[in-house]
Design a protein around this ligand. Structure first.
Ligand code: ADP
Ligand code: MG
Length: 389
């Protein structure tokens, strides 16, 4: 789950971090009076859309007067940001954040993520901040400092020095940088974040370090114990079928192809995707119905997959263990008459009660292709998808 910059800054402020003064605007009402009460000119007007790269496409603008700021805020509210990060559909600006403008001497990059290879929170720092770090990583890894953190100690003084020496900073900033790194680390751990990215961390003309941009994402699996973070969730901008799937405890990710998949178990779902691709097919989605699937949730899963107009072929690949094959068959049999379209349905069912399931599907006299062989199922699905386009 991700949140807006202004929400991330509110969280980081509570951890004692240096955040410029600012306020958020969500509607066009009273903008002028809010600006008059805000005594920090010039200011920066920042689009709150779920994307980065706003600076390069009109989503971060400087304003020198109240009327200039008001015009910029008004034109930014509701604006679409379209860049490499958003894809062609773009992301909507749901709010505008107004913040005091800082005179910047230098911009740094600071983030914290979990490095899965070593299973540790890892701080990433670069003196080449403000720009796209992925581009920099491709060109010059030497400019990126990675510091793995031992969770029993948190960031240590020698690691702050490693950053200072590595990024050729002045030792005079030790105390301030330590304060920022420990604050970011504590915010990361306390909130079950999966990433906090500060780009840029700016050095201002008074040689103070200031957090100018903040992106925070959270571990979805920990949201159950983070009610204050969960409250910030907004389904705006999310893919509707993914939101619907999440409500039904289905792991669903929409993709660009035309073969819909309904599978149980993430491993089998991935293997099914691999086999489909090996046979030249393209996938419309990833979907794991999970071990707690029942007649209703499988029916919902089929409908969510078919909600995509590209899908005319659907492959249901279930290995019945915890989930019983005859229950899957019951769900399919009761769902088919309720579908708005008539897709090609290919079913591969194996495991507990699969013979009984096969018998039920045959007796129901519905138009499905049934097999216990995965190769056959996939070949059929790919051939059908090629025919129907
Ligand atoms: P994004 O990463 O989406 O482009 P940022 O918040 O990083 O958005 O803003 C882009 C650039 O705008 C920053 O690199 C910085 O140079 C400038 N900027 C952002 N906020 C401020 C601010 N409060 N004062 C001065 N400059 C700012
Ligand atoms: Mg940025």
């Amino acid at each position: 789950m991700y949140i807006h910059e202004y929400q991330a800054k509110t969280i980081l402020y509570k951890f004692g971090l240096p955040i410029p003064k600012g306020f958020v605007v969500k509607t066009k009402n009273n903008i002028e009076s809010k600006l008059k009460n805000f005594k920090h000119m010039p200011l920066v007007v920042k689009a709150q859309a779920y994307t980065g790269g706003r600076g390069k496409c009109g989503g971060v603008l400087i304003a020198k007067t109240v009327s200039d700021a008001r015009k910029k805020i008004e034109s930014m509210l509701g604006m679409k940001i379209v860049n490499a990060q958003t894809g062609s559909e773009g992301k909507t600006t749901w709010a505008v954040y107004v913040e005091q403008a800082i005179s910047i001497k230098k911009e740094f990059y600071l983030s914290i993520i979990i490095d899965r290879a070593i299973a540790k929170p890892t701080i990433i720092f670069s003196a080449a901040g403000g720009i796209n770090i992925e581009e920099l990583a491709k060109k010059d890894m030497g400019q990126i400092i990675k510091i793995p953190i031992d969770i029993t100690t948190g960031p240590m003084d020698f690691q702050i020095r490693q950053i200072i020496f590595g990024a050729k900073l002045n030792m005079a900033c030790f105390k301030e940088l330590k304060h920022i790194i420990i604050g970011i680390y504590n915010a990361f751990i306390t909130n079950d974040a999966s990433q906090i990215e500060i780009n840029p961390l700016a050095l201002d003309m008074q040689n103070n370090l200031v957090i100018l941009d903040a992106k925070m994402t959270f571990d979805d699996n920990a949201l159950y114990r983070q009610p204050n973070i969960t409250k910030l969730y907004s389904a705006k901008d999310s893919i509707p079928s993914e939101v619907e799937a999440a409500k039904n405890d289905l792991s669903f990710i929409k993709m660009d192809g035309n073969i819909g998949c309904v599978v149980n178990g993430a491993g089998l779902a991935m293997a099914t995707m691999d086999i489909i691709m090996q046979h030249g097919g393209s996938l419309a989605n990833f979907l794991d119905i999970g071990g707690t699937a029942n007649v209703e949730s499988i029916s919902k899963a089929i409908k969510i997959v078919l909600d995509n107009h590209k899908v005319k072929t659907i492959l249901i690949n279930i290995f019945a263990g915890i989930v019983k094959a005859d229950m899957v068959a019951d769900s399919i049999i009761s769902t088919i008459p309720t579908l708005k379209t008539k897709p090609n349905i290919i079913i591969r069912l194996l495991g507990t009660n699969s013979e009984y399931a096969k018998q039920k599907l045959q007796e129901a006299n519905i138009n499905v292709f049934f097999t216990s062989n995965i190769e056959e199922a996939v070949q059929k699905a790919v051939a059908n998808a090629k025919q129907t386009g």
